[in-house]
Design a protein around this ligand. Sequence first.
Ligand code: 26Q
Length: 807
Amino acid sequence: MFADKNAFKEQYLERFKELTGESFEESTIQEQYRVLASLIMKKVAVFMADSRSRLNGKLNKKRIYYFSMEFLIGKLLGMNMINLGIYDVVQDGLSDLGINIIDLENVEKDAGLGNGGLGRLAACFMDSLAYLNIPAIGMGIRYRYGLFEQKIIDGHQVELPDKWLANGNEWEIKKTSKSEIIKFYGNIKSEMIDGRLQFIHENYEAITAVPYDIPVLDYDSNDVNYLRLWSAETVDDFDLASFNRGNYLNAIKNKASAEAITHVLYPNDSNYEGRLLRLKQQYFFVCAGLKSILRRYKTNNENFDDMAEKIQIQINDTHPALIIPEMMRILVDEESLSWDYAWERVTEICAYTNHTILPEALEKWQVDIVRELLPRTYMIIEEINKRFIELGEDTTRDIRSRNAIIRDGQIHMANLAIIGSKSVNGVAELHTNIIINETFKELYQIFPWKFNAKTNGVSHRRFLLKSNPDLTQFLDNRIGDKWKYDAEKLKGLLNYSDDQETIDSLYAIKRKNKERLAAYIKEHNKIEVNIDSIFDVHVKRIHEYKRQLMNALHILYLYKKIKNENMVIYPRTFIFAGKAAPGYYMAKKIIRLISLLGDIVNNDPAVSKYMKVVFLENFNVSIAEIIYPAADVSEQISTASKEASGTGNMKFMMNGALTLGTLDGANVEIAERVGEDNIFIFGLRSEEVIRYYDEGDYSSFQVYRSNEDLKKVVNSLVDGFFADDITEFKDIYDSLVAHNDTYFVLKDFAEYLKAQKKVEETYKDRNKWFKMTLKNIAESGYFSSDRTIMDYNRDIWKIKRPAKNCQ
Ligand code: 26Q
């Protein structure tokens, strides 16, 4: 692409003039970034066009459509340069011009179009689909504002709008000509036309969906997939005559309310809220995406027999599950196909991934609002429901009624998704067992063949190759660079387990990455941390089940021991980051608790020489890329059974941090791979937690009363230790003591303490620690999303793909 750095410089300086009408000498760093991004995008767009024409037309290949309300892709410049193989040449060229490439990368704003795990998983999957040359399109929403920007002010979380588009977006191409019209509200009239009952949608409100395509590059070829994000616009700049069956005035009223649909991402990640606007978002992108898929299908195919051979749709949690009735509506109403034929197509095309077992997170919609907003879709859901109940074997009739889609005046989206899909997968082995045996036990009896496990993975190219360049170099030197293509090759590192020089290098690399994080902390938190302390890191969304509170109580325990009993500990830096849903009261209290704890610890000279507590604000993909490589300890301490998989655990592991965790989610599989000697496991097992819930025989008060140390720690929440206002943490105290500690923080506390002690003892033996590190890195290949995607493809999508690089 650029023969050498001089060729790059020449094109870069030329592009500068084209784009800014000025010369490079007068430029700001923003312009320097924008020109670089646009120069690269120009090339990428050409590759994208070529890839598309390879796939379209005669080839008419099978494609994957990954439907997700969230794609947490982060920044694109660095990753795109790596994928194009031009990172080094650009770096050298820029350096000649006096520009540090990292400074330019940092100008880009993160595309934070997701809440956390589920959204980042979708982004990692897009990376791996492109790498594996699986033709795929990600369908999502182009939110004007992504996940809020978090500020911590006096220990409180404050939310600011995420203006990620303020300086434009160099990576997207607006496709106005591929817009679709989406209809809301109105009424349905039925009429006999040509002997067939037809349903006519009248008096609807129409909204235009405009797609923006973002290319997703393969690592080593010029194959390009793309993400298609839909934005809502009013219809007035569209050809109104083309949908003149509606009411003109209705159609163009409410410009503001039309555009509001894609205004902002809902910031909840675990507690569903039945908001009308959210439902509009769901239908909006599902309907637009499906129309664009069928438009393409129809230009290449004469009938619908082959649909499943050309189209496979993965539904990322229930958020896009309306695709099931919507596809029925199009096939039956618009294409005049029979119900049974259409249902056969739908249930061989759609596949559903479940990401949660928390009952409060399962989506349900009030019948009334669905019926009003989506009158025809609602009728179809009713019909699907009716046939599900009535058309099964008599022996399963009761089960079917109990598990109906429509119950208690609500539409149960998981039931709809399961009934309308050919595959239902959990995101880790344990999680899949729980949905089979608990959450969807009865539906499993009806559709046992649908259920399967697909353990999550992460893009090792973003979270290792890109974010940890020194470890990348270290690996290349020892095992060559095949691991970039096939992460299982990381196992080659095991040949170096007893090589002292290798172990020393791992230590040196970790130390350097800790320096980088320490500098970041110094700059943002004005806190000086000890590079030689243990970096003990807990970063993820703030939620009671993830038990940041247990970690805080441990810190409080250490503080008291050091302060009052002169206990000596190996120095530690406790690092937290994560956002709380704005309406989640307890999560916000926990942030405040950690911040105040930090103030007390960091400002007490007797204690702060041993430990520091840092809360980094605004956790996002870019900050994550600095944090994972610098961690010694990865805190994965959710209440067993609650974390479906976790993916942060995998990112830490790849970067050589050791996991301190419960046997929950994918931690179980990490433990299986590294062996119990290379991980710190503690706490209740998921069966025990589930048993306690079923039997109701846990008493947190008993635990509290019988453990003196724990009692002192918990009491300090309400005895004036933190603040003048002793009521500040009363609700946290009550959740533990008065409301029986739903997440077993007190129950697991003693074992957590022991495990932490073991971490400390182990860390003191540097060789032992870094041998464990080596084992973790070597075994992390399984957790590459390349493997996950190959598993989805083998069992669900079944696309024949060119054998690639897995030599
Ligand atoms: C639903 C309705 C209304 C508003 C918001 C939502 C909503 C949005 C996001 C519900 C859930 C989410 C996100 C869930 C999520 O991130 N789950 C995580 O998924 C990861 C990838 O599979 C797992 O690793 C985590 O264990 C799981 O918590």
